[in-house]
Design a binder for this molecule. Sequence first.
Ligand code: SF4
Length: 64
Amino acid sequence: MPNLEEMMAVGQTCSEYTPILRGPQASQPDPEDISCENCAHWQGEDEMCELDIYLEQLLNLDQT
Ligand code: SF4
């Protein structure tokens, strides 16, 4: 099960991150707000990333 810390770490390094932020944040999202949780590709805790790269990204993080 993904946790918020990991989702943020992945979102901040993911090249496919596509923000779904609304309002003033939409054009210039705060880097600290970037997370899979607010990525257009995120399908929820069960299905996770629709591109199926979440776990791959997470593993890459561990190697750094
Ligand atoms: S949901 Fe998928 S595409 Fe979006 S930031 Fe996370 S891993 Fe990347």
